[in-house]
Design a protein around this ligand. Structure first.
Ligand code: G
Ligand code: G
Ligand code: MN
Ligand code: NA
Length: 252
């Protein structure tokens, strides 16, 4: 079977899994939410990297049923932990989901079914996704925000967006890409850019989540600069639900 056919069968049998990577408050290091990350094993039982099957699914159109499956699995699995104060479930969106127009209905139905307040749901998308079809994307993002969902710009600083359009970005949170994080302690030439990205985000009144924190010194650097939240292997790696439950129970 081709990878595409294997993926088709896996989606139909709901065999994709969701891993969760917690993110934390930078000051207290307390978990304030989790990012849902799709995971898939092929017929031989080997993990296929999401960098492979997500683009494949986007190419074949399988991304729509795949995304619907991940959204439902994540919401149903996390529903009972959402009651913790400040706990947010963050979901990666694909451009097709924004274009389709079904997203609002899907989200509304699942939130009602699993009794999840909209404020507990966050959606991550990249700058490029918004620019590609700005008008329709802005409208859908505005609707999600009106419901109370949070919007986060993923991989911030790596897209092609013009600075002028950043003013109108319909988002609550900026996730600073890990390529910036990686450099702050090693490559002094990149500091001005990182500092500029931080001041832009703060100036636009966005909350900042720093991605890819792998060392205490990196966390310190961003904490000193008014960034609120952080994610990275230094705190937690993406993990299966059973492990996440243990982590949450240890924390509370
Ligand atoms: O964590 P990781 O290696 O798993 O993720 C690789 C890439 O795949 C990241 O860019 C991440 O945003 C993306 N990704 C992971 N899960 C999903 C998903 O459910 N939907 C979409 N659209 N992208 C995802
Ligand atoms: O594009 P997005 O931010 O959704 O990508 C999420 C990906 O980032 C996941 O594949 C996850 O495994 C990876 N990731 C999360 N934290 C770290 C980190 O501290 N270091 C590295 N190298 N990758 C990370
Ligand atoms: Mn992400
Ligand atoms: Na990212």
């Amino acid at each position: 079977l081709t990878l595409r056919n294997q993926l088709q069968v896996a989606i139909e049998n709901r065999r994709l899994e969701v891993f969760y990577q917690p993110f934390v408050d930078l000051k207290s290091e307390q978990i304030i939410g989790v990012e849902a990350l799709a995971r898939w094993r092929d017929n031989e039982g080997n993990w296929v990297p999401p960098d492979v099957f997500i683009p494949l699914a986007e190419h074949t159109g399988q991304i729509m049923p795949l995304s619907a499956l991940i959204l439902e699995k994540a919401i149903s699995e996390i529903a009972q932990y959402i009651a913790h104060p400040n706990f947010v479930l963050s979901i990666n969106l694909s451009p097709k989901q924004l274009q389709s127009g079904h997203l609002i209905n899907q989200v509304t139905e699942l939130a009602q079914q699993y009794k999840i307040p909209f404020g507990k749901l966050q959606f991550e998308l990249t700058e490029t996704m918004i620019v590609d079809d700005a008008k329709s994307a802005f409208k859908q993002l505005a609707e999600l925000r009106t419901l109370g969902c949070k919007i986060a710009i993923d991989d911030f600083g790596t897209g092609y967006s013009s600075l002028s359009y950043l003013n109108d970005l319909p988002a609550d949170i900026i996730k600073i890409d890990r390529s910036f994080t990686r450099r702050v302690l090693t490559d002094s030439a990149s500091h001005p850019v990182t500092e500029a990205v931080i001041s832009m985000a703060l100036g636009m009144n966005k909350s900042i989540t720093v991605e890819g924190i792998e060392r205490a010194e990196e966390a310190e650097y961003f904490a000193k600069r008014s960034c609120q939240a952080a994610q990275g292997f230094y705190y937690y790696r993406p993990m299966p639900l059973e492990q996440l439950i243990e982590v949450i129970e240890q924390e509370t």
